[in-house]
Design a protein around this ligand. Sequence first.
Ligand code: NAP
Ligand code: COA
Length: 264
Amino acid sequence: MSGLKDGLLKGKVAFVAGASSGINLGIAQHFARHGAKVALISRSADKIAAAAETITAEGGEAFGQAADVRDYAAVDAALKAAVERYGKIDVVLSGAAGNFVAPALGMSANGFKTVVDIDLIGTFNVLRASFEHLNRPGASLISITAGQAVRPSMYQAHVCAAKAGINMLTKCLAMEWGPEGVRVNAISPGPIADTEGMRRLAPTPEAEHAIKSRIALRDYGSKLDIAEAALYLSTDSAKYITGTILNVDGGSELGDASGRAGFG
Ligand code: NAP
Ligand code: COA
């Protein structure tokens, strides 16, 4: 890692929500490898401390705090602690999410609300609370959405509703905060290998094969594919990009020849 300390994010500070595992941890690690100091949050104090340790063990700068994105005051306090420690925030990545596979009639009102609270309300909380701390002009806010935002999907009513909300929130905040020099974008990953999300959505080799057969590029993506997109959106290379939902999905959203969605 030390060779990359002069990387694309040298001198930048990133706040990553939902960073204890999977895609978001991969993004935080990639940011750190490119020179950013990273402040991480998730619900579990143990898991987020272990996640930060994967970064510091490589020579990066990171610290983890327990905060539930559904709790505005906890998010606000974590942001303030990050600013006290690192002085400012240049990049915010909002990726905390929950998912389970269930028909709407197998979902209580609280089950539906739980996913909307984590994904959509949590994203509002993270982005809204971060604003006062942003190093602006020039700050970049990135949310993690999903194909379910634009393709209706059986047994995913909660996720479809929540992620669709994130897409629209991204565009509204891009309009409101653009004049302040704050860019607001989202990344929509396709199915990503070795993640909790795909363990839940495609738990068998047969389900995995079926998904791959419907995707233009015929494969799952990697955590690094998403991290590279997040890195790009965090740099000046993307300085004229705001309000965009960037698909990093192997063509999943296109669907297959019969119009079936590849994923989401
Ligand atoms: P994951 O490893 O389960 O990541 C979810 C993260 O969110 C964990 O770090 C979890 O940590 C944290 N989290 C959950 N609830 C939280 C809360 N209330 N407050 C704070 N943190 C919370 O899942 P993943 O598959 O990598 O998914 C990451 C993101 O990518 C999600 O936004 C997901 O919707 C999106 N996505 C994934 C795929 C895929 O193929 N996997 C495809 C499209 C989109 P704690 O348990 O420690 O809180
Ligand atoms: N089917 C139907 N309902 C379910 C369910 C399932 N498989 N799993 C949870 N629920 C319901 C619960 O029954 C509860 O509703 P109730 O109070 O009416 O019984 C509600 O969802 C909340 O469950 P709870 O376990 O209290 O929520 P939590 O806040 O502790 O956890 C989840 C949130 C349910 C989303 C949990 O799966 C989680 O923590 N996920 C994070 C990891 C993840 O999903 N990664 C993939 C990201 S794409």
